[in-house]
Every structure is written in structure tokens, then in C-alpha cells.
Design a protein around this ligand. Structure first.
Ligand code: FAD
Length: 284
């Protein structure tokens, strides 16, 4: 399997993100989506791990399905609530599957918990360090161009990111809707001497309320003009999808023009609008 750092060095990447399905219908839909999007020959496809309360168990199996489709599969791995031994065992299991890329995350503490248990990982960078000792993989980390919601202030947030990105081979951003946040973030890293490639994460805003909730949790600005366009479409699903595709395409164009080394589409396990956006951008 190619390493993402090498793919980035060779040219622009296109990638898709998926998460564990919640029921048998979701499993069937995900299998169809993986099949359809694999036909676009993306650079890689990634699978979340326990994100938003989904279970962690299915991630390796979905990565295996992706590899079976001839696409580079990258697991996300959150180290919160894991011991070092558990992480080592997971890395070994992925190595046996042929995985050579990892998105190393801290993750969020389980609801109702405020302290990381003694001896557990406190930062994603600790997982990067462990994975470096155990593997020779390409290792990515999360970036939050509008700042992490738990950051005390913008300056400490940028320092936190600079340290983390310097330890990684690439970063993938949280979704955002204005290209200038991405540009400012990359500039701020460069000012600190950090030139790790930052792949831009794009979320097509198909679901007005759902995206609004996620944006609020992540501290992402959800521009009023996009919300107004979507609301004006009312319950017309096709019209909303067309607006979401259009907004995501325009953002993708702006990001590519700004020099983004790759685009990562959050699919929500649907093949559309990701397929159309990738084609619009000439990346498929
Ligand atoms: P780190 O940067 O190491 O942060 C560790 C801890 O420090 C965090 O828990 C947080 O409380 C705190 N912190 C973070 N930034 C700051 C700061 N600037 N100042 C002060 N404190 C800070 N979550 C999942 O559960 N599963 C997934 O699969 C997943 N995939 C993701 C993919 C991408 C591309 C992105 C951008 C995020 C993803 N997340 C996922 C969310 C991620 O786990 C959260 O953003 C989490 O809050 C922090 O994880 P981190 O890896 O950024 O940790």
C-alpha cells in the first residue's frame, strides 16, 4: 500500500472519509458507497474510530473492505481510553492487514469524564511517538483551522498545532466553510517553521441542522449565507443536495487555488455528493 506522504509528494490527493454504520441497512449502504467511490481511484479512504459515539469495533473490518477494493485504507485511531498495550496490539493487527498509514488522534473523553486516567495517553502526539517506534508508516494528525474548541486562546492553540504537526507526516483538517481559515492556518504554521502538508477537509452541507450541530461542537463558523440558501430550498432534497455540491465545489476550487496539497471529503457514508464534487474539481 502506498504511503500518504509519498502520494502527497507526487501530487494532489483526493480522499474520502467514512464511519462505522449503526445498523444492517447502514452496513449495506456503506458497502455500496465504498464500491462506488473506489471506482474514482481516490488516493486513500479513511475510517473513523468511535467518532461521535459510534463503536470502535468495525473500523478494522471497514479498512479491510477498502483494501479489498484496491484502495489505500487508513484507519483513524484515538488513544483516549486505551492502554499502550492495547494500542500496540491494534497497530500490529493493522500491520498484518497491510496498512501503512494512520491518522493519530487523541479523541474526546467519554461523556461525564473530565480526567484522563493515570497512565493513559493525554495527547495525539504521544500516539504519534508510539506508532513511530512500532511502525515505519506515514502518520497524520488532526488540524483545526478555526482553533480547537478547548483551546484557551488562539496563540496557545497555534503552538499546540505547530508541535503536533511538526511530529507528523501530514495533517487533515476539521471541516470549515471559508478558505481563508485554511490559508491563515497554513501561514501560521509556516511562520513557526512547520511545513507539514495540510490536507483540507470538506463537508458538503447537505443536512442543515445536523451540520449546524456539528459546527457548533467544533467551533466552526457555519456561514449565514449557506444556511439561508439551504433553508430556501425547504424540503426539496434534490435542491439541497445541488446547493451542498455547489458550495463544496466552490470551496474546493478556492482551496486548490490556495495551494492545498489534497482534499478530503467527509462523505457521511453517501457516495453523492462526494462523487460529483470530486468530478467537478477534476480530481476523480
Ligand atoms: P490533541 O491535539 O492531542 O489534543 C488532546 C487533548 O487536548 C484534547 O482532548 C483536547 O481536550 C485538548 N486540546 C486539543 N487542542 C487543544 C488546544 N489547542 N489547546 C488546549 N487543549 C487542547 N474523533 C474521534 O473520536 N474519532 C475519529 O475518528 C476522529 N477523526 C477525526 C478526523 C479529523 C480529520 C479531525 C480533524 C478530527 C477527528 N476527530 C475524531 C476529533 C478529535 O478526536 C477531536 O478533535 C479531539 O477533541 C482532539 O483530538 P486531537 O487528536 O486533535 O488531540
Amino acid at each position: 500500500m502506498p504511503k500518504i506522504a509519498d502520494l502527497l509528494a507526487a501530487g494532489r490527493t483526493l480522499s474520502f472519509e467514512f464511519s462505522a454504520p449503526r445498523d444492517p441497512e447502514g452496513e449495506r449502504r456503506l458497502a455500496r458507497t465504498l464500491f462506488r467511490l473506489s471506482a474514482l481511484q481516490p488516493s486513500f479512504m479513511s475510517v473513523t474510530y468511535g467518532a461521535g459515539g459510534t463503536s470502535r469495533g468495525p473500523t478494522p473490518e471497514i479498512v479491510r473492505q477498502i483494501i479489498g477494493l484496491g484502495v489505500t485504507g487508513m484507519p483513524h485511531l484515538t488513544c483516549v481510553s486505551h492502554t499502550r498495550e492495547e494500542i500496540r496490539a491494534l497497530l500490529d493487527a493493522y500491520a498484518a492487514m497491510g496498512v501503512e498509514n494512520l491518522l493519530a488522534l487523541h479523541g474526546d473523553l467519554p461523556p461525564g469524564t473530565t480526567e484522563v486516567p493515570a497512565g493513559h495517553f493525554t495527547r495525539a502526539i504521544d500516539l504519534v511517538a508510539l506508532a513511530r517506534v512500532r511502525t515505519d508508516w506515514s502518520i497524520g494528525v488532526a488540524a483545526h483551522p478555526e482553533g480547537h474548541p478547548k483551546a484557551a486562546d488562539a496563540a496557545s492553540d497555534l503552538e499546540h498545532h505547530a508541535q503536533k504537526l511538526a511530529a507528523a507526516d501530514f495533517a487533515i483538517t476539521q471541516f470549515f466553510f471559508r478558505a481563508e481559515y485554511y490559508e491563515r492556518f497554513v501561514e501560521a504554521m509556516a511562520k513557526r517553521g512547520v511545513r507539514t502538508p495540510v490536507i483540507a477537509g470538506i463537508m458538503p452541507p447537505t443536512n442543515v441542522e445536523g451540520i449546524g450541530r456539528m459546527a457548533e461542537q467544533n467551533g466552526t463558523e457555519y456561514p449565514r449565507e449557506i444556511v439561508a440558501r439551504l433553508e430556501a430550498a425547504g424540503e426539496d432534497v434534490d435542491a439541497r443536495r445541488a446547493i451542498a455540491t455547489d458550495e463544496a465545489t466552490r470551496l474546493g476550487e478556492a482551496l486548490l487555488a490556495a495551494g492545498a496539497p489534497g482534499l478530503h471529503l467527509y462523505t457521511m457514508n453517501f457516495s453523492e455528493p462526494a462523487r460529483t464534487i470530486a468530478r467537478n474539481l477534476g480530481l476523480a
